[in-house]
Design a protein around this ligand. Structure first.
Ligand code: NI
Length: 390
């Protein structure tokens, strides 16, 4: 029987060293060339078979157990952010303007640690463990690129977690139900008719109509979805017009939609189109609408996987380690895998107030309490074995 607590602790120095290397050599989403090379080299050193994919960064490692069984996939994202790191750490970013400010360096390092444990215990594994090191999490739906290339074929379940700055070291969150929202984008082009700004009755003002559309869109959260459900509609860009005394004949609105309810989300393009066309129509203008479905809502709705993930965390961090966290309107493209196969996603605490490690994700001074990292390794291993043995 594997003593995972001890094995994970034995990987602590390796995991921290890997994290420091990755932290000091960050690369932004979909440009993780050196990062991918490093991961492939590490996996190869462990004797793990590595697969890379045409046209994209990231890779998948495969560890086949000595005995047949199911296949489980463990996921880490590998990308950094276009943020200038606040100096101070010995392992500070050496790539100006780029920083691992979300902790994906930790995910990668923790999963490499798990790979070392699993690869050296194949004789005790029934089934196969796949490790996906995924590019471009910060960008949108890049996880889909691996799905398109067949990475999920034969995989029975997938597990992912994120280090989390609002949870203390030693705690974790694996909670059922709605966890993160979708992140969709819409564009509305309002078209009117130009005229001189001093004679607006001779044209149709696309700016005035677009302003009315912006106001009307807020009736979707307030009047169309149940008051017990959450929905955000934000127009973040409004572009139109050429000069102060010319009536604009075109104005473009670009916005984001965040919602948890899958059916309501599917109805959003039609709701936006109906409202925008009728409101703008009242001003004599017409509209074109585009809707782009980004990462879907992340909902932990597989009872068995929820139980195994919570159990992995409790075995690693102690019986009372689990904390509840409210769902968030941020998004995570792990949800794209869950459109295809069962999955579960949770959070690992890395905050330590005594050490002053309190910055939130995407902050230029973001850091984690590295004492938490080998526990992440342990949770990955425990979930994989728990699933394969269940
Ligand atoms: Ni992140």
């Amino acid at each position: 029987m594997m003593d995972i607590g001890r094995l994970a602790k034995e990987q602590e120095a390796y995991v921290i060293e890997a994290r420091h290397y990755l932290h000091s050599h960050p690369e932004v989403g979909c440009e993780e060339v050196n990062t991918t090379r490093y991961i492939c080299e590490e996996l190869t050193k462990m004797g793990v078979e590595v697969q890379t994919f045409e046209g994209i960064t990231g890779c998948v490692g495969t560890i086949e157990g000595a005995r047949p069984g199911k296949t489980v996939m463990l996921r880490a994202d590998i990308d950094a952010l276009p943020i200038e790191e606040q100096p101070g750490k010995s392992y500070c970013s050496q790539n100006p303007g780029v920083m691992h400010a979300c902790g994906h360096d930790c995910h990668t390092a923790m999963l490499l640690g798990a790979a070392r444990i699993l690869a050296s215990h194949r004789e005790e594994i029934c089934g196969t463990v796949k490790l996906i090191f995924q590019m471009g999490e910060e960008i949108g739906r890049k996880s889909e690129e691996y799905v398109k290339r067949g990475a999920l074929e034969g995989v029975d379940a997938i597990f992912g977690m994120h280090v989390w700055s609002s949870l203390d070291t030693g705690t974790a969150n694996f909670q059922e139900g709605e966890r993160m929202a979708c992140s969709d984008r819409f564009t509305i082009r309002v078209r009117g008719k130009k005229s001189h700004g001093s004679a607006p009755h001779e044209g149709n003002d696309a700016i005035l109509a677009a302003a009315a559309v912006v106001m009307a869109l807020q009736s979707i959260p307030s009047r169309e979805i149940s008051p017990l459900d959450s929905l955000v509609v934000t127009v973040g860009m409004m572009n139109g017009g050429t000069k102060e005394n010319i009536l604009a004949d075109e104005t473009e609105l670009v916005g984001t939609v965040r919602v948890f309810d899958r059916a309501f989300r599917k109805s959003m393009p039609e709701r936006i189109r109906r409202l925008a066309s009728q409101v703008a129509g009242g001003y004599g203008c017409s509209v074109d609408c585009d809707y782009y479905f980004g990462p879907s809502p992340l909902i932990n709705d597989h009872e068995n996987l929820n139980r195994l993930a919570a159990q992995a965390a409790r075995e690693e961090l102690g019986e009372n380690c689990l904390r509840s966290l409210p769902k968030v309107t941020g998004a995570e493209d792990f949800s794209v895998y869950m459109e295809h196969i069962p999955g579960v996603f949770g959070y690992l605490g890395v905050r330590n107030r005594e050490k002053g490690i309190v910055c939130t994700h995407h902050h230029p001074a973001f850091d984690v309490d590295e004492e938490a990292l080998y526990h992440g390794t342990g949770i990955y291993v425990r979930f994989a074995l728990g699933f394969l043995n269940s």
